[in-house]
Unconditional design. Structure first.
Length: 262
């Protein structure tokens, strides 16, 4: 049984099939007089190949049959007037906008491709920000300063940091591991946390609670070592992804700034 979101996609695809741009394309099959363009099948094959499926006659047959099934269902939904129902019409419009937005993002990234020089500059910046040391820390996160001070008092009476983290920390992800955050660099954290961590010596914990946007922290430094920075080639994919995401966010912000929004 097809869900509503899939039906929306089917209807959208059916509408696209009647577009004049598609009408000029070579028809792979006709369904009730509607031409299914070869490019639609080729696009599905390309997408399957990108996911590791071999381009075989069996795959092409399966894709062709699936597209025919989509078309007959979409045509029947249209015949029944489902595309005129307000809720469905709205979903079709949202799907159309999503397709167009995705196309714009891809086109924008293609026309503003990140160069190796830009990636290298970002890598240099990351190296400078990371510093020369790597820290193995743990923390306890609570809601109030009073709670944090009470925990610090318990630690002063030889309380076990990992035990208190498991019992009291709001950070469930690290609490179950005794508050452990793993090896990282201070710049990975928000500034107040990073500054407090960098001020500690091995084995020390903060004697005063550290406030961040997340709450109040008690931070303990278990160990530190010289940072072994991954090479540019190792980090390049992550840097590229982050820069592309930032570019998309910047583009959206610029478009919103120019848009009239009432």
């Amino acid at each position: 049984m097809l869900n509503t979101s899939k039906l929306v996609t089917l209807t959208l695809l059916s509408a696209l099939a009647s577009n004049t741009a598609f009408a000029e394309d070579k028809a792979a099959v006709m369904v009730n007089g509607v031409a299914i363009p070869q490019t639609r099948i080729d696009g599905r094959i390309k997408a399957a190949a990108a996911q590791g499926q071999p381009d075989t006659p069996e795959l092409r047959k399966a894709v062709r049959e699936d597209i025919i099934n989509l078309e007959v269902l979409a045509q029947e939904a249209t015949r029944l007037g489902l595309d005129k129902e307000p809720d469905l019409a709205q979903q079709i419009e949202i799907a159309r906008e999503s397709v167009l937005a995705g196309a714009f993002v891809q086109n924008n990234m293609k026309n503003n491709a990140t160069t190796d020089e830009q990636l290298q500059a970002e890598y240099t910046k990351i190296k400078a920000t990371a510093g020369g040391k790597e820290y193995n820390a743990r923390h306890i996160l609570v809601e109030s300063e009073a709670e944090a001070k009470a925990i610090i008092a318990q630690l002063g009476k030889k309380g076990k940091f990992d035990k208190l983290a498991k019992e009291k920390s709001m950070d469930s992800g690290s609490a179950e591991h005794g508050g452990e955050l793993g090896w990282t660099v201070p710049s990975s954290f928000v500034p107040p946390f990073a500054a407090a961590l960098a001020s500690l010596k091995k084995g020390e914990y903060t004697k005063d609670p550290v406030q961040t946007e997340f709450g109040w922290h008690i931070i303990k430094l278990d160990d530190l070592r010289d940072l072994k920075m991954p090479s540019f080639e190792e980090l390049k994919p992550q840097i590229l992804q982050r820069m592309q995401q930032q570019s998309v966010q910047d583009t959206i912000a610029a478009l919103r700034a120019k848009a009239k929004i009432d």
